[in-house]
Structures are given as structure tokens and as C-alpha cells.
Design a protein around this ligand. Sequence first.
Ligand SMILES: *Cc1c(COP(=O)(O)O)cnc(C)c1O
Length: 400
Amino acid sequence: MPVDVLSAQDHISLAERWGAHDSVPFPVVLSEGEGAWMTDVEGRRYLDFHGGYSASNFGHGHPELVAAAKAQLDRMTLSTRAFHHDQYGPFCRELAELTGTETVLLSNSGGEAVDTAVKIARKWAYQVKGVPDGAAEIIVAGANFHGRTTTIVSFSTQASHRAGFGPFTPGFKVVPFGDIDALRSAITGNTAAVLLEPIQGEAGVIVPPKGYLGEVRELCDESNTLFVADEVQCGMARAGSTLALDHEGVRADMYTLGKSLSGGLLPVSAVVGRADVLGVITPGDHGSTFGGNPLACAVGRAAVRLLATGEFQARSRELGAHLHARLAELDGVTEVRGRGLWAGVQLAQERVAGRRVTEELAERGLLCKEAKGHLRVAPPLVVTREEIDLGVDIIADVLG
Ligand SMILES: *Cc1c(COP(=O)(O)O)cnc(C)c1O
């Protein structure tokens, strides 16, 4: 049967019968997206407050990103790193300039970038810091989310991410997020790096106490430890600045980027940072067939061009202030966290209990994801003030 004559229920049945059960998607079958809107197979339109977990910061089908992808599809999509290609050098330079960094290592998924940063930090610890072989430690925060590889789930504090997947990779220590004293106590002569999300996304858009990230920087400087900022979700203008750390005036030694690095068109990720730190990687150490491919680089270059104007960062700040003010007024909301056009909306217990808030929102035309008693609101940054009001009115209706 041609795909386009299948009903929504047919699609859901096929997914459940033939797809692995790695997720429980809402019973909405999407087929098109434009800007801040998505359309399902039955022609129903939804306002997108989910934003592809912040992979869709520029909106669905941004014309400049799509044009860059189409043009590159017609030219060449893969050379592998065995050969140079004409999109790689320019993308590395433009991404380094955008982020104020010196060296770029390209990969595909966010998890892959984090895994790569872990490898670089360990090799740096042995070669530069002089940590005894095999003893390097990396300190991470409780409630972190850095991806799903076996090494990354080794330092997750969420039981469901770990259960059944051991044995785990050693060499990680977990301290509470935002607790500078705990971090100070955890650092030893064998500490290679501190790896943090400057704002924790999956944990519910948790902003650390004022000054914390600057203190992390100081501790790292005092102890010759690398500060690795995972900006896969909070970066790329989501939090109102190109990198979320920019807001604090703090620099990391390495950043991991992903999600909106391609504007949601295809998987593109990177480790960016100090030349001397990434410099520990030498030919043969590391590699990826698709990492830094011409299509990824061409689309990434278009995303960097969009960010270079500062327009999206400004939209995130201005519209974010409006979003936060509106959400904070709602009945049934106990706390609104976050920065920029990004909010963790804590719901009062009685409003959550016994109802699937997100399903009701979808029924009324708003796509948004709920987790552990909060809603994460992350519309594409092209959303308008009127659309924000529309979405918040739907949330108010459902909570009311
Ligand atoms: C989503 C995310 C990742 C993992 O990215 P994938 O592309 O899903 O592998 C890593 N770190 C953070 C902070 C994320 O939000």
C-alpha cells in the first residue's frame, strides 16, 4: 500500500509492529513542518513548542538551510576524511570564529561529540597533565544528560538509562549540579576534566546558582583541569546567546555542539575548543566515516551564517522574556526555569496527577513534551510573539 493512503492509526500500528520500542511517541503522525508549525498525516496543524529537543532552533525547513542542503546534494555528499573537500575547511573556520574557539573536530550525533570530548580529555590528562596511565577521572553532575552510548550511560544518574547495559566504563565521578564545594572536594591530581551542561536540559532546564559556572572555571584553572561544556542542547542561541556560557562571561576549554548545529536537517556535531587540547588527537587516533561530510558541512555553514547575525540570539532573549512572564502567571505552575526562549515549567502536583498533560495539549494543537512533572518549552526561535501567546493560552486551558 502506498504510504500516503495509510491512516494515522496504520502508521502507529506499523511503527509498533516493526520498530523497536525505544520510545513512546504521542499518537500524532507528523508529515510536514514549516517554521514553528507541523502538520500531521490527516492535515491537522500543530504549533511546535518542542523544537526537536532544541535541534530545530531555526524552525522547520528554514529556506536558507534547505537551499544549502539541496545545492550540496547535487554536488557531493561524501568524501570521507581520507580526502579533503571544499566545505570542510571553511566550515571549521566559520564555526571556530562563531564560537571563539581555535580547533574543530566534526562528528555526527551529540553523544558522539561527548564521547570524543571524553577521549580527548583523557589523552590530554596522560600526555599533558601527566596523570598515570589508566587513572584519569572525569567529574560530571548529577541528573546530567550527555547521550546514550555505553560510556555516557556509565555516568548517568538515571536508572532507566543504565539498567541492563553494564558493565560500565570506569573513570567518572558524579557530584551534585550547582554545588561548588562538592566539586572542589572531588577534584584530585588525576582529574582530567569537569564535564557539565551549563544549563541542564533533560533534567528540566535547570540553571545553576549565579556565579557557579565562573567558580567551576576558577577551580579548573587552579587544578589544571579541563572545563568541558556540553552545549548540545543549550547552545546555538537557545539560551539567548550563541553559547549558554557566554551569558556568564565564562569560557570552557572544550564545547560539545550538536542538535541545532544543522538546524535539525541532519545529524551534525562537533567538539570545538583550545588548539592545544584538541591537538592531542593525531592521525589514526579517532575517526568517523560521516563526520565532517560535505552535506553536513554545507548545512552547518548555513546554520553558522544564521547565527552570525545575532538575530536568533536576540529573538531568544526578547521573546524568552515574554514567554517566561506569561508562563509564570499560569495557575498550576509552581516554577518557571530557564533562560532565553527555553523554559522548564514545573507543574503543581495536583495538575499533573491522573492526566497526560502533553496528550491534552496535542489534542488542542500544541506539541510539547512533559517529563517528571514539568513541561519543557522550546519553540523554534522563529516563533512569533502571537504564536507564543497562542501556545501559552493552550497550556493555560489544559492546566485550568
Ligand atoms: C541531546 C543531547 C545529547 C545527545 O545528543 P544526540 O544527538 O541525541 O546523541 C548530548 N548532550 C546534551 C546536553 C543533549 O541535550
